[in-house]
Design a protein around this ligand. Sequence first.
Ligand code: TYD
Ligand code: MG
Length: 468
Amino acid sequence: MARSNTRYVCQACGASHTKWSGKCDACGEWNTLVEEAVPESAPKGLGRTAGAGRRIDFVDLKGVSERAPRQISGIAEYDRVCGGGMVPGSALLVGGDPGIGKSTLLLQVVCSLARTLRCAYISGEEAVDQVRMRASRLGTAESAVALAAATNVRDIVASLDAADAPGLCVIDSIQTMYVDTLDSAPGTVAQVRASAQELIRVAKRRGIILVLVGHVTKEGTIAGPRVLEHMVDTVLYFEGERGHQFRILRAVKNRFGPTDEIGVFEMTDAGLTEVSNPSELFLAERRGDVSGACVFAGLEGTRPVLVEIQALVAPSPLGTPRRAVVGWDNGRLAMVLAVLEARCGVAIGANDVYLNVAGGLRISEPAADLAVAAALVSSLTGEPVPADTVVFGEIGLSGEVRAVSQTDVRLKEAAKLGFEKSLMPTQRSRKTSGRGDSGIQRIELAHLEDLIPMFQETRSASSGRGRE
Ligand code: TYD
Ligand code: MG
């Protein structure tokens, strides 16, 4: 039977189909199948390759492997997210929305690293002059970075596979690269996958650190997404709200380090500057005793980060009230609202609810539950959460406030920034509330119900006293 020499590849998940259809069977996305020619060198099955395979030599697990030192760029926020510097021979993928600042960040990294390591920057999107102009705007035009504008992977591989190859190579971006043996257009799954494969192969062989820039598609995944993510050693996302000057670099996968670290940067005219104390930055615009706001003592990786959580509860003119959330999970907000209503008798149901994490940070920790609940109750009653108080704790479905990890780290950071009290879960080891090593007064809550009287108490205590 004659074999069809085209296939249909899903641009979202990379699955290959023999027939076109409107919906990808593998991932369920619609209109993502694109026709592609089957490459000549498609695997023909083991039986037809050049005879039996070669025996592989097994070695003992116990043994010494020579480890090359990590390459430290000197940009501490970047190095920490990479797990303490980049590992020679590793492949990194830096993803993010177009225009978020990936090229700027990586140009700053290579310029800084160029002092100790030979670095190359290959741009497929910008001309050499444009990159030069950017470097001079960043004040790093004097750095010894090898620069090129190229998109043909064959040429790039030939240049990297030489004795004088650089120690690090940035490819900006992988969506512009193409392998000339494939018919499909640059940016399709087949091209992205083949280009990345070729580049990673040569980088591993030569011990080059390969940094691939990948644009995120409108669906929020790196185009040709999963296929690239499992090919590289490290996946970093560069993200931020467009209207904010903060940018956050987040490790989503790292074979050489932890994956929950973030690096915080601030965008300026002269490029990205590091923010070594993000809490100060996120709390900079905070106004004292305002109702509906409270400070959450969170953790991002190993680092404590204090952010303000703002809630607005307003009567709704609509039959189905609005729920709008920025920076937190919609489903978790619904849960906190339901627990408040069912377990504590706080009826918010008929109101519109807006929730915002100030500063453009996105929080994924369940420990923010209690802070969200406090902000909601505060907005509903009009009573502010005291300005000197931080809040954290997870809420269970029966309304119990559950312990969270790293209490001491959170409290220390709060103390450093001048906070005096903390609303938090009951500590198993220390039953009585009091001041710990951090000097912060611990107000421990066992159940979400315990939170409600605090606002009523403040109301009666503060009546007759003007708001600050
Ligand atoms: P760019 O690095 O080109 O984004 P990406 O490579 O992710 O598409 O940055 C986009 C624009 O923002 C560019 O015009 C430069 C500007 N920019 C600054 O002015 N300052 C900064 O700190 C950053 C990161 C970007
Ligand atoms: Mg760019």
